[in-house]
Ligand binder design. Structure first.
Ligand code: COA
Length: 264
């Protein structure tokens, strides 16, 4: 039977957590052969508890080859038009047989309304960059959230005749969430220190930036490393941002589930 017909995606249950953690560990442990500067993998990659936890946030599938579980695909599915591939891994005993490619095709087929898929992968990873590029993804920016490992940010427009529309900044209003926005940093304020109750009274740096496009401008809130990384004139995409009002002024927040991408 052709590989195309042997691979399936099945929604995971809590009972799958152990086997997924085991395969994920095996898969990411091979990163050392494809450019990783050290051992280990992404957060929680070897923990069953992590696989359980992410089921609350992501659509999680296991990859079946015939009847055997050989990997996992985790998709963040906030808006119908835009999906984010959070994680994919295949058992190294079955690498390079077309399973990852087929699993991605099946994941994309599950979301026919998705016009845009995005994902991040470390700069050093020569395997994933080849894998995603063969699938038609193109690098559009950099995700610098992890100071230890620069991330390439990729996207794939499913049908170029129906591109995904980012939300114009002029249309942002208080309370909007799961927003994707692109614009330019117009100015950057001075950083100030705040103590965060939610982060055990840690001291954090925060700065406001002016962020605009042809339709308008808004305050973009920058935290810690972002303050240093973002410069006036930079073109930035915020994925999964939200708008809140602070002292009567609307501001755009990246939030823990959002991403700040430096467009290239
Ligand atoms: C990335 C991964 C899911 C790919 O799975 P896979 O089933 O081996 O992928 P495929 O067989 O479908 O490969 C498709 C293409 O990707 C590229 N590719 C895959 N492995 C590669 C490697 N080691 N070196 C260079 N290119 C590679 C090739 O272009 C390949 O096509 P080809 O075999 O015809 O040349 C798998 O390597 C993996 O589990 N890696 C560890 C976890 C990881 O990095 N996940 C992604 C980040 S979340």
């Amino acid at each position: 039977m052709a590989m195309k017909d042997r691979v399936k995606l099945i929604e995971v249950t809590i009972d799958d957590a152990e086997v997924l953690a085991e395969i994920s560990k095996k898969a990411f442990d091979t990163d050392i052969d494809v450019g990783s500067p050290g051992e280990g993998g992404p957060p929680g990659y070897d923990e069953p508890e992590f696989q359980v936890r992410v089921m609350d946030y992501f659509d999680c599938y296991r990859i079946l080859l015939d009847d055997e579980t050989v990997g996992g695909v985790y998709v963040a599915s906030k808006t119908p038009g835009h999906k984010v591939l959070e994680r994919i891994f295949v058992d190294p005993d079955h690498h390079r047989q077309g399973i990852g490619t087929r699993a991605m095709e099946l994941a994309m087929e599950r979301y026919p309304e998705a016009r845009l898929w995005t994902l991040g992968t470390p700069e050093w990873n020569v395997r994933t960059t080849a894998f995603y590029e063969k699938l038609g993804f193109v690098q559009v920016g950099w995700d610098n959230a992890d100071p230890e490992s620069k991330g390439r940010w990729y996207e794939k427009t499913m049908d170029p005749s129906q591109p995904y529309e980012m939300t114009p900044i002029g249309e942002l209003t208080d309370g909007m969430k799961d927003m994707d926005i692109e614009g330019e940093i117009l100015e950057k304020g001075i950083a100030r220190e705040v103590r965060s109750r939610r982060r055990r009274w840690q001291t954090l740096s925060v700065a406001n930036a002016g962020f605009g496009d042809d339709s308008g401008r808004i305050v973009l809130v920058l935290w810690n490393e972002q303050i240093r990384q973002v410069k006036v004139g930079d073109r930035i995409r915020i994925e999964n941002g939200y708008v809140s009002s602070y002292r009567g002024i609307n501001q755009l927040n990246v939030g823990w589930a959002g991403r700040l991408i430096h467009l290239i």
